[in-house]
Ligand binder design. Structure first.
Ligand code: GDP
Ligand code: MG
Length: 737
């Protein structure tokens, strides 16, 4: 016998593991026709049978909300596998059974692989497979995909089902009086007219109409428009009625009833839990406070505020030590190496560039530690849960929250994994809106820019300003998402179930590992990518050098000063080392000399390639208060946002010629004419919103499936950022700030 067997299940239920275990090397990877979803096929030989195994994409549901779901569903309908092996994660039974119910409602022959029983056992959970099998009326075989346990029995059962050419009676779940009555009416109409029944059973079509399934509706409209309209009218009537009486819609009621069905099923002694009940109970009690409608959001704000306070308070001293260390390193190298290109490269390119980034390691580390506590304790999931309500208003999704948090929604993430995290979103429109707006979050690379500017210009209210920056990023992201969802990505919202894992005490080891992993990524990036870009930017800021003629002009000026001064003063500044021991006249002369040096350094930088780019951009950037040096940093920031700080460091250190001034970059900025809090604010806004870094743009283009969206993110974000920055700067200037 030759038969096709589909492996289906939630993501991470162990499908691929089982597939590999069954097919070994005899597998073949292709794509489903017309879409870029991977299709894995392989062969399993059971006695005389050749079982053709297909690994379906992982899904939580069988609606038409995502490509994976449509692919899985179309496969069921068009290829009619002899058996669907539904892989159910035993440690997460309730959630996994949601998909099982939908297969049963579809009426396809199902065999359940109750997988990960080892994991369940470790958590004190035992699942009664026999009882589950009796209640659902399908075979249930306990397995451990990773070790192959249960494999033989599973495949034997599947082979038997396919040999018997078994037809499964579709499961009928009650959805409450209103919906049930409508479904029954629709089933009659569907059967009478043979409406779509060549591929689906009547009840299933009725269910899909009730769930507003666009794919099925489109098919129905094409096959028999009058019947389709009759069905749609019934659905519209029920929807209106539910809206009036319960203030909800059919999909929500249906999801509730499916979970209700599962809940009832599980309550009949299917799951025995040794020690978790108590913990769940405590979790529920904690949640009545922490996710309370009114208290919850307040507590959430307080927690985030507390996180900033914690981070800034405790990281201040170590950040200071590191700054001191890099300052000392610069001075030391300065005295050790002869003047010249090499010295300039090492001090301005390497030490100031990389040091500027590494200096923030303690701050990042404290921030990550705080986030690890929130994440490991389960609080972060509550944050997502609470924000879900808000997100819907802006045309996004509960599960968008995670992508935002990963990108730096609390602070210190990265848009690249954030963009990847949008893969869990079901609706393509909400997914696109999310992946276009996650780059607005305060990623770990922007954080140092903000920290620098905040420390320099708003040092009295650091935690508060950082908090406002976070709120600003969210507000920007949500408003832009809304804007996109009513213009370029219009479409209705998708219903969604969000779960809350029980709270647990974080372990020190877990916290330590999480903190260190993320911090190490940051350090590694500073040592590799940032170092490379710093050196390139240093070269652009150094070459081409000033023409000899101009350099000589500065030398002549210096000589003239020295010659015109009284000889004893000239001798004094050449012999005395420390400024304190100089006479008043000597100090004045030295200041004049330094002025010339500074002018030369600035002229040199302006003459360089980067300087020219920065100066050219100045005609526009002036509107937002950015000078040419800032422009250099912002252009570099497109390569990687960390580079903004390091380039500012380099730009200002190339112009900084007083060897006794070892002050930090923030002190340098405060002392530089033209810089003031308003400029810092304008720059913060610009950095918050302008083009995502190059790597993110590539990711966005790839995940959105088109370069168009990568280009859109670059152009739209930069225009938005500039409009905001210029607006604030202009208004602020008018008001006299
Ligand atoms: P898929 O998303 O459904 O394809 O899931 P995978 O096959 O990739 O499995 C997800 C993870 O669960 C992997 O790390 C597997 O090694 C692990 N895994 C799969 N089955 C079992 C099992 O029965 N027991 C345990 N302990 N781990 C499993
Ligand atoms: Mg897989």
């Amino acid at each position: 016998m030759i038969a096709t067997i589909a492996l289906a299940g939630n993501p991470n239920s162990g499908k691929t593991t089982l597939f590999n275990e069954l097919t070994g090397a005899r597998q073949h990877v292709g794509n489903y026709p017309g879409v870029t979803v991977e299709k894995k096929q392989g062969v399993y030989a059971h006695k005389d049978d050749r079982l053709n195994i297909v690994d379906l994409p992982g899904t939580y549901s069988l609606t038409a909300y995502s490509l994976e779901e449509v692919v899985a569903r179309d496969f069921m309908i068009h290829e009619k596998p002899a058996v669907v092996i539904d892989i159910v994660d035993a440690s997460n039974l309730e959630r996994n059974l949601y998909l099982t119910l939908q297969f049963l409602e579809m009426g396809v022959p199902v065999c359940i692989a109750l997988n990960m029983i080892d994991v369940a056992k470790n958590r004190g959970i035992t699942v009664n497979a026999d009882k589950l099998s009796r209640l659902l009326n399908v075979p249930v075989i306990p397995t451990v995909a990773r070790s192959g346990q249960g494999k033989q029995l599973l495949m034997g059962t599947a082979a038997e089902i396919s040999r018997k050419n078994h037809t499964q009676t579709p499961l009928k779940i009650s959805y409450g009086e209103d919906i049930d009555r409508a479904l029954a009416d629709m089933e009659v109409i569907i059967d009478e007219n043979h409406f779509l029944t060549e591929t689906y059973n009547a009840r299933w079509i009725a269910l899909k109409y009730m769930e507003n399934d666009e794919q099925i509706r489109a098919g129905g409209q094409k096959q028999n428009a009058p019947v389709a309209q009759r069905l749609e009218r019934i659905v519209a009537r029920v929807s209106d009625h539910l809206q009036d009486t319960l203030d909800t819609y059919p999909e929500a009621i249906m999801a509730d009833h499916r979970y209700g069905y599962i809940n009832a099923l599980v309550k009949q002694g299917i799951i025995t839990q040794k020690f978790d009940r108590h913990r769940l109970h405590i979790s529920d009690r904690i949640d009545t406070v922490l996710t309370n409608r009114f208290l919850g959001p307040l507590i959430m704000l307080a927690v985030v505020m507390g996180l900033y306070h914690f981070t800034f308070t405790y990281s201040e001293a170590p950040v200071g030590w590191l700054e001191g260390f890099f300052g000392w390193l610069g001075v030391t190298v300065d005295t050790l190496l002869p003047d010249g290109l090499l010295k300039s490269l090492i001090i301005s390119g390497v030490i100031d560039g990389v040091g500027g980034v590494l200096g923030f390691v303690p701050l990042i580390m404290f921030m990550f530690f705080g986030i690890a506590i929130l994440e490991d304790s389960g609080y972060l999931a509550r944050v997502a849960f609470m924000l879900d309500r808000v997100f819907r208003i802006f045309g996004l999704h509960g599960s968008s929250v995670m992508a935002f948090i990963v990108s730096g929604g609390i602070a210190g993430g990265c848009a690249v994994p954030g963009v990847m995290a949008t893969r869990t979103l079901k609706s393509p429109r909400e997914r696109l809106a999310t992946l276009l707006t996650v780059p607005f979050m305060n990623c770990g690379a922007k954080l140092p820019v903000f920290a620098l500017l905040v420390a320099a210009f708003f040092s009295h209210n650091e935690a508060l300003v950082m908090f406002l920056i976070t709120i600003g990023a969210w507000a920007g992201a949500l408003l832009v998402a809304k804007l996109l969802r009513v213009t370029v990505i219009k479409g209705a919202a998708t219903p969604f179930v969000m779960e809350l894992p029980p709270y647990r005490f974080p372990t020190f080891k877990g916290l330590f590992i999480h903190t260190w992993e993320r911090t190490w990524q940051y350090i590694k990036k500073a040592g590799t990518v940032i170092l490379g870009i710093s050196i390139i930017i240093w070269a652009m800021m150094t070459f081409p050098g000033l023409p000899d003629g101009q350099r000589q002009a500065f030398d002549i000026e210096r000589q003239a000063l020295l010659v015109s001064a009284p000889p004893d003063v000239t001798a004094e500044i050449q012999s005395v080392e420390s400024r304190q021991d100089l006479s008043e006249k000597a100090i004045a002369l030295k200041a004049q000399l330094l002025n010339i040096d500074a002018l030369e350094a600035e002229t040199t930088l302006k003459h360089s390639l980067a300087g020219r780019i920065g100066t050219t951009l100045e005609t526009v950037s002036r509107w937002a208060g950015f000078d040419w040096r800032t422009n250099i940093a912002l252009v570099g920031g497109f390569a990687a946002k960390e580079v903004v700080v390091s380039t500012l460091g380099t730009a200002y250190s190339l112009g900084d010629v007083d060897p006794e001034d070892t002050g930090s970059l923030s002190e340098t900025l405060v002392a530089t004419p033209g810089w003031r809090p308003l400029v810092a604010l304008s720059l913060i806004l610009f950095v918050m919103f302008y083009a995502p870094c190059f790597v993110s743009v590539v990711c966005i283009a790839r995940e959105a499936g088109s370069w168009k969206w990568g280009a859109f993110a670059m152009v739209f974000n930069t225009l938005l950022a500039f409009t905001l920055a210029a607006g604030v700067y202009q208004v602020g200037s008018l008001l006299g700030y």
